[in-house]
Structures are given as C-alpha cells and as structure tokens.
Design a protein around this ligand. Sequence first.
Ligand code: COA
Length: 260
Amino acid sequence: MAYNNLIINSEANITTITINRPKKLNALNQDTIKELHDAFKVADADKSTKVIIVTGSGEKAFIAGADISEFADYSVEEGTHLAANGQQILFDFVENLSTPVIAAINGFALGGGLELAMACHFRVASNTAKMGLPEVSLGVIPGYGGTQRLTQLVGKGRALEMIMTAGMIDANKALSFGLVNHVVPQEALLELCETLAGKIKKNSSVAIRAAITAVNANFKTGVNGYQTEITAFGNCFGTKDFEEGTTAFLEKRKAEFPGE
Ligand code: COA
C-alpha cells in the first residue's frame, strides 16, 4: 500500500512510522487511520522489525486529535461506527500487536492522538509535549479507548479531571502521572526511543510477545491474567529462544535469539 499520510523508515531492526500531515497538526483522518493499520500490520509481519516507534512530523504535534472536519455532521449511527471501527483497526490493534510499540510524543497529543499514544506499549515525551482529551469541549467524549486507557494509566480521579476540564497537561505533569515514562528535550526524543528499542531488540521477541499478551490480560474483562501468564510462561519452554537464552547464559555468552 502506498502511503499519502505516513513516512516509514526501517533501520537496524527498528521501524519508525511518522504521521505526516503537519499542516493539519497530523490530525487523524480516516485515510490516515487505514494507512496506520496497514503500516503496523506490515511492520509486525516483518521478521526484521523488532521494535516500532510512532511519532508525528514537524516540531509542533504528535497528533492533534481525530480530524474534526470529517465527523462534524455525523449521525448517531455514524459516530458509533467511527469509534467501533477505529478501536478495532487501530487502537486495539496496536495495543495487542506482538511487536513492541513506543510512542515518541513530540508535541500536541490531543484526543485521538493521546489515545493512540496510550494504545502503544509505552510513551516517551519531548519537554514541549502537551497532552489532553479535549472531546467534551466539542460536545463528544473520547471514543478511541481514551476513557478506559487514561483511567488505567493515571487513575480515575486524574482521568476524570483531564476529561471533564478538557485541559492539557505538560510533559512533566504527564511524567508525574505515569502517563509517559521519560521526558527529554525534543532533539533527544528519537535518540532515546532508539536507545530503548536497542535494549528491547536484544531480547527474545517470542518472550516479549508472550509478555505483551500476559500484561494486556490484566485489562481484559473475563480473562484471568494469572492463568494467561501461567500458560504463556509454560509455552516459552517450548521455544528455540528459551533454549538459546538459557544455553547462552550457562555458556557465559550473549544470546543470539532466533525469534522462534
Ligand atoms: N482536526 C482537524 N484539523 C485540525 C485539528 C483536528 N483535530 N487540529 C488542528 N487542525 C488544523 C487546524 O484546523 C488548522 O488548519 P487550517 O490551517 O487549515 O485552519 C491547522 O491544523 C493548524 O491548527 P491551528 O489551530 O491553527 O494551530 P494552533 O497552534 O493555533 O492550535 C491546537 C493548536 C492543537 C491547540 C488546536 O489546533 C486545537 O485545539 N486542535 C483541536 C484539538 C482537539 O480538539 N482534538 C480532539 C479532536 S476529537
């Protein structure tokens, strides 16, 4: 698929997906959501991609939200479909991806932008970043999982304050909330994400996939996370990565994981 709104760069086992609509502050229109689905799917299927970084082009915005111009005249049915389809093809899809996804928040992460960052496995922000869920100022609520994931990440009181005030928090407040893991100057953002990706990619991709499944199980209704962990743990014993990891340790050498 040729992308009109994304730039993809794959290097040293890291695929960086850059949302590239800087004139619209990288707002998520439907075409961009479809392209992102495809780009994440392709990167996940590519065995040479060990980590995905998602960021926004320009210095101003990660993503300034869903594209308001597209849904301003939607009906109840269309609004419901917008949220359901978006959650399925992008936000849940990213959260449940086997390949680790890091959000590099380089500026405004608002509405659907913060929701995408929250669907990623963890977040790093530039000190210029501003985050918020301003939907109630438009007469709507977050629809791409924001009410759930913000509550999981920062707790109910902070989530409701952010949602009800429709305000923005800066990067340091987001750090103190646990919404982002690190804050760095903008010019150091991708470098830090790549350093973290470099640490991740040395480890067993099969075990990392199992860890994502087990951690995500904690947030799924009707799923016993402890049981998911036991099953995923047991399955690791049947993998080549486990054989290599334990053998390399006992032989006092670095593991070369086959990813199987
Ligand atoms: N959807 C559609 N277009 C958007 C957008 C969005 N979510 N966010 C920004 N844009 C567009 C603006 O309409 C403007 O386009 P134009 O130049 O054709 O008029 C362009 O991006 C630049 O934005 P602008 O508002 O001029 O920049 P700013 O620096 O004055 O303000 C923001 C930046 C982020 C504070 C402001 O753009 C904003 O509030 N955006 C909407 C945020 C939002 O409510 N998101 C949740 C959507 S559910």
